[in-house]
Design a protein around this ligand. Structure first.
Ligand code: PRP
Ligand code: URA
Length: 228
């Protein structure tokens, strides 16, 4: 699958639908450095967790950079002053449990007023099919921008299931933040949901025979929660 890099926006030719699509691969030095440390097999659970939250905050910074602003007048120390505030829709952060929890604090550190819509999806390790076991969404999804968070976008099954669920509940603007993405997963998401914007710290090489991203991070949920 060919990629053409134009700075932070990678252009992906999606073979299944014959269209060119865009993915935001944020190649900032801080992100590259932190992700490099996360790839080490020897990293402690504590460090892995901290870095996941730090990169998530940096991805949030990028994923919100086009949020519209409006002027408002407030009382400042020397009288009235016109300041800017974010206008328009509010945000709901959508962690895909369990591993998505490992990004939540980082995202909320930048959008502290956001409501959280939790989605529980487990990937069957043999079939790689995504099965939903929890859905706890905010009730005004039609008025919110959803920021879906999950460290890993592998086959794309979990992400597509989450987007399907959010759209069925009325959500109209969705962005996906993932630490690492496989090209096949990106293609699956964008071919089904071309309106969704994907932000990632890295587009990796591909998947191994067990559906794990290579070089990837291993099992992100296990590394965040310290389970095996
Ligand atoms: C992992 C990961 C994604 C999914 C990605 O979760 O956090 O949700 O797999 O794979 P996919 O793109 O092929 O669907 P997993 O189902 O292992 O559950 P966990 O979060 O409980 O570890
Ligand atoms: N889930 C993970 O945690 N890691 C992968 O590489 C793929 C799916």
């Amino acid at each position: 699958m060919p990629f053409f890099s134009t700075g932070r926006l990678n252009i992906l030719y999606c073979e299944s639908i014959g269209e060119i699509m865009a993915i935001h691969e944020i190649r900032h030095p801080l992100i590259r450095h932190k992700l490099g440390i996360m790839r080490s097999a020897d990293l402690s659970t504590k460090s892995f967790r901290e870095l996941a939250q730090e990169i998530s905050a940096l991805l949030t910074y990028e994923a919100t950079k086009d949020f519209p602003l409006e002027n408002t007048t407030i009382k400042g120390w020397c009288g009235n002053v016109v300041v800017e505030k974010i206008a328009g829709k509010k945000v709901t952060v959508v962690p895909i449990l369990r591993a998505g929890i490992g990004m939540l604090e980082g995202v909320l550190s930048l959008v502290p007023g956001a409501k959280v819509s939790a989605v529980g999806i487990a990937r069957n390790e043999e079939t790689l099919e995504a099965a939903t076991y929890l859905k706890k969404l905010v009730d005004d999804l039609d008025q919110r921008i959803a920021l879906i968070i999950d460290p890993m976008l592998a086959t794309g099954g979990s992400m597509v299931a989450t987007i399907d669920m959010l759209k069925a509940a009325g959500c109209r603007e969705i962005r996906a933040l993932v630490l690492v993405a496989a090209p096949v997963g990106i293609e699956k998401v964008l071919s089904i949901h071309p309106d969704v914007e994907i932000y990632t710290a890295s587009v990796d090489e591909g998947l191994n025979e067990n559906g794990y991203i290579i070089p990837g991070l291993g099992d992100a949920g296990d590394r965040i929660f310290g389970t095996r």
